[in-house]
Each structure stands twice: as structure tokens, then as C-alpha cells.
Design a binder for this molecule. Structure first.
Ligand SMILES: Cc1cc2nc3c(=O)[nH]c(=O)nc-3n(C[C@H](O)[C@H](O)[C@H](O)COP(=O)(O)O)c2cc1C
Length: 185
């Protein structure tokens, strides 16, 4: 199996990290990968805020109600922002950059997890994006897509199981309607 196929199979969401900080070279590799992500019309509408400060990580972990606690435990949070005033496909562009960061993290042997911020609320019903903007001094023309939490893995996860792939979602030449879908019509 070639290296990329192994990488894709091995990458899992990691939510527990050791306290060991990332090396500057590792952070540089992550950001190089992000900045080489493809973007529509090469407009590169993304911006990235790197956070290592424990108190800020703790605040970010409270920015939304569910699935963000792990940020308090990570050693680097990459907050992925997009400029919706200059790109109509900033969501696609920033999603690709988020994924590329996760794949580069795995290639470095680091663990990562995507934390969704766009369209999410805090425990008090506040807009999670606005909470992140307030914590990190982000101007209002920038939208917050995700926070990619990164660190050295403190949990082991099995790679993806190829025998469980949903091959029924792959259609050859034309879309094949499944029985349960025709009932939905
Ligand atoms: C768009 C998107 C949003 C996600 N949001 C969260 C999140 O807010 N919190 C979290 O713990 N995991 C989040 N995840 C991680 C998914 O739960 C995870 O990728 C999925 O369960 C598959 O597991 P795997 O990454 O180990 O293959 C998100 C993943 C994606 C792609």
C-alpha cells in the first residue's frame, strides 16, 4: 500500500493529547500545508489564528455547547477563518484547508480533531462564531468555520475498517435509487 492510502486509513479524530508542545518545525509544516490548499480562483479567502495559550484554549473550549471540550486539552488550536465578503465559496475553501491541516498533522504523527464552529451555539444559546471572534479579537468580516485541535496523541484508535465502507453510496454511470429512498419520494 502506498503512503497516502495508509495515511487516509490511519487518520482518526483524536480528542486526548499529551502536554508536550509541538516543535516550531511541526507548526511550520502544518501552516505550509494550509497555505498550499487549493482555493477557488486562487482567492485564498482563509486566515488562520494559532493558539497555544492555555487560558485562551480553555475559553475556546467553552465557545460552543457540545464537542468542544477537547480544545482545552490540545496543545495547538488552529482557528480557521474565511472572508465571506471576498469569496462566495469561502466555506469550501476553508473546509479544504481544515482537512489538509488534519492530513498534514497525521503525516507528522500528530493527532487532530475538527471542532465545528459555524452554525453552532454555546450552552447559553450564544452564537459560537461570535464567541470565538470575541476571544481572539477577530474582525466581523471574517467568519469562523472550524477549530482544528492538534497535539501529540494520548489515545490510540483503530484505523478505518475497509470491510465497513459504504460502497452502496458509490453509483456507476447513473444514480441507483435504493428501496428506502424510493419510499421517501
Ligand atoms: C465538518 C465536521 C465537523 C465536526 N465537528 C466536530 C466537533 O464539533 N467536535 C468533535 O469532537 N468532532 C467533530 N468532528 C469529528 C467527527 O466527529 C469525526 O470525523 C467522525 O466521527 C468520524 O471519525 P474519524 O474522524 O475518527 O474518522 C467533525 C468532523 C467534521 C468533518
Amino acid at each position: 500500500m502506498n503512503h497516502f492510502s495508509e495515511l487516509i486509513k490511519r487518520r482518526r479524530s483524536i480528542r486526548k493529547f499529551t502536554d508536550e508542545m509541538l516543535r516550531p518545525k511541526e507548526v511550520e509544516s502544518l501552516m505550509k500545508a494550509a497555505l498550499m490548499s487549493p482555493a477557488s480562483k486562487s482567492s485564498n479567502p482563509w486566515q488562520f489564528v494559532l493558539v497555544e495559550d492555555k487560558s485562551k484554549l480553555s475559553q475556546l473550549s467553552e465557545a460552543k455547547a457540545h464537542g468542544a471540550k477537547l480544545i482545552a486539552d490540545c496543545t495547538l488550536a488552529i482557528v480557521v477563518l474565511g472572508d465571506s465578503t471576498t469569496s462566495d465559496v469561502w466555506i469550501e475553501d476553508t473546509s479544504i484547508a481544515s482537512t489538509v491541516i488534519q492530513l498534514q498533522a497525521e503525516d507528522l504523527g500528530l493527532g487532530s480533531c475538527w471542532v465545528q464552529i459555524r452554525l453552532r451555539q454555546s450552552a447559553d444559546g450564544e452564537d459560537a462564531e461570535q464567541n470565538v471572534r470575541d476571544i481572539l479579537n477577530i474582525p466581523s468580516h471574517l467568519s469562523v468555520l472550524s477549530i482544528i485541535a492538534i497535539g501529540r496523541k494520548a489515545q490510540a484508535k483503530e484505523p478505518h475498517d475497509e470491510s465497513k465502507l459504504q460502497w452502496e453510496k458509490v453509483h456507476i454511470e447513473s444514480y441507483k435509487i435504493h428501496k428506502d429512498e424510493s419510499e421517501k419520494k
